[in-house]
Design a protein around this ligand. Structure first.
Ligand SMILES: Cc1ncc(COP(=O)(O)O)c(C=O)c1O
Length: 453
């Protein structure tokens, strides 16, 4: 065994204090020290096993340590891992063509990059090339597009997390050309409704606010509207097709480039390759990341045939934007998803988990809302169903108690804390593993809320 790998495997919990002072982290989940994983399970330094409903920030589409991905990258690594982005290389040709095949018909040109935030910035650069006289951007309340300098301006969550400004807010003034408009949060709208639960009214008012902002609230022409087609970190908010089509129409009418941040939705999590396929609405630019490399770092921007792309003039160039190992991992993942009909699995098992959660919701006074498409599942916890007062503390206890019971839940949402528990396991999760998730979820609710579901 290699000496470095040996050192890693022989590392003991007691060694941690000797090393931790040397490390700097800008965010995350302190406490749990993860060591290895297999399929949908991960093991910590005490060899405790967890079923992972986060897929490690929704990245491990095929779970941990998929043997076929391992084999493919092992073979690739003997030939090459890194050539500079500026050189023409073969794996990248194959991947660009494959991406054009699986995403909507018009989306045919791919720019590879190195991370979510910088990919969003690349998309904004492309928008500027296409609308050179327009300098303002629009994003949505509750959005998350990354923590790079520019994207903190777009990210409501990064600057207004947990009810107060911190972290990214110190940086956001470097990108003040972002204007934010309300997103349709049907369960908890940003404004008083005439009729509670009238989703059409929520859509109408959000679309109206967008139009007013473009017309009266911007200091100049709007270049691009940046949004997630399903707002993930903001609380698993599922938008209606009516709203998404309405935004598309408003962008067309006002000559605004529509950018969809598909970093969490693309590559199968909705049971389709993309949100465009799910809704039948296509943006001008799609941004891809996270699960794209099924654990290996790779991101991309895909543009429609209707707009201009970047030229080879150095406007977006990254040393590590052409990693063949990540490209091979992505190609292999797509091959496996197609061969094993994994998108159908996401639809079936996702629906099964959703149906069971809806049954549990009927018996609970704390499960306020269940929002789910495929393996994009969010459960909003409330103090009681009538008042819908968000239960940040309860949701956080659900997460902590979940760790004790061997399940990793995600949390998200806007407000003074995070009231939405997220269940977003790898796409290979079976019905049996779905049952395991549901069983652990209900026993966690039992301990946190004293409710028998
Ligand atoms: C929708 C969305 N956009 C952008 C990002 C930023 O991606 P990265 O962390 O790779 O910069 C994230 C990360 O969570 C995300 O969820």
């Amino acid at each position: 065994m290699d000496s470095i790998i040996k050192k890693i495997l022989e590392f003991k919990k007691e060694d941690i204090p000797k090393y931790e002072p040397y490390l700097m982290l800008g965010g995350g989940t302190p406490g749990v020290n993860l060591v290895r994983g297999e399929n949908v399970y991960v093991y910590d330094i005490d060899d405790k096993k967890y079923i992972d409903c986060t897929s490690q920030s929704w990245a491990l589409n095929l779970g941990y340590s998929n043997p076929e991905i391992n084999q493919a990258i092992k073979e690739q690594i003997y030939y090459s891992s890194h050539f500079h982005t500026g050189y023409y290389t073969i794996a990248r040709y194959l991947l660009a063509k494959k991406i054009a095949e699986i995403f909507p018909e018009k989306m045919n040109r791919v720019l590879f990059t190195i991370g979510g935030g910088v990919s969003i910035e690349a998309a904004l650069k492309i928008a500027i090339l296409n609308r050179p006289k327009a300098h303002n951007f629009i994003s949505l309340y509750g959005a998350y597009h990354g923590t790079s300098f520019m994207t903190t301006g777009a990210s409501h969550i990064a600057t207004m997390a947990c009810g107060k400004y911190h972290g990214g807010s110190d940086l956001a003034h470097f990108s003040q050309n972002f204007i934010r408009v309300p997103a349709p949060y049907y369960y908890r709208p940003y404004f008083e409704l005439t009729n509670t639960d009238d989703n059409d009214e929520v859509d109408r008012r959000c679309l109206n606010a967008l139009e007013m902002q473009i017309k009266y609230g911007s200091t100049g022409p709007v270049c691009a509207l940046l949004m997630e087609p399903l707002q993930a970190s903001g609380g698993q908010l599922i938008f209606s097709k009516n709203y998404l089509q309405g935004v598309r129409d408003i962008c067309n009418k006002n000559n605004i480039i529509l950018i969809w941040d598909c970093i969490q939705t693309a590559f199968g999590r909705m049971g389709t390759w993309s949100a465009s396929e799910y809704y039948g609405v296509t943006p001008d630019i799609m941004v891809l990341g996270k699960s794209m490399g099924t654990g290996y770092p790779i991101n991309a921007v895909v543009i429609s045939d209707d707009i201009e792309g970047v030229k080879m003039d150095g406007i977006d160039l990254h040393t590590f934007g052409n990693n063949q190992v990540s490209q091979v991992a992505c190609l292999k993942m797509i091959e496996i998803i197609e061969r094993d009909n994994i998108l159908a699995n996401v639809r079936n098992v996702g629906q099964y988990i959703k149906d069971n959660l809806l049954e549990m919701q009927k018996k609970s006074d704390h499960i306020g809302d269940v929002r789910a498409i495929g393996f994009h599942i969010g459960i909003e916890f409330v103090k009681n169903k009538q008042t819908r007062e968000p239960d940040y503390e309860g949701c956080s206890k659900m997460r902590d108690d979940g760790f004790n019971k061997g399940i990793i839940f995600g949390v998200g949402g806007t407000g003074e804390g995070k009231a939405v528990l997220k269940i977003k396991p790898p796409l290979i999760t079976t019905i049996k593993q779905g049952d395991e998730i549901l069983e652990k979820f209900s026993t966690t609710v039992k301990d946190v809320y004293k409710e028998n579901l």
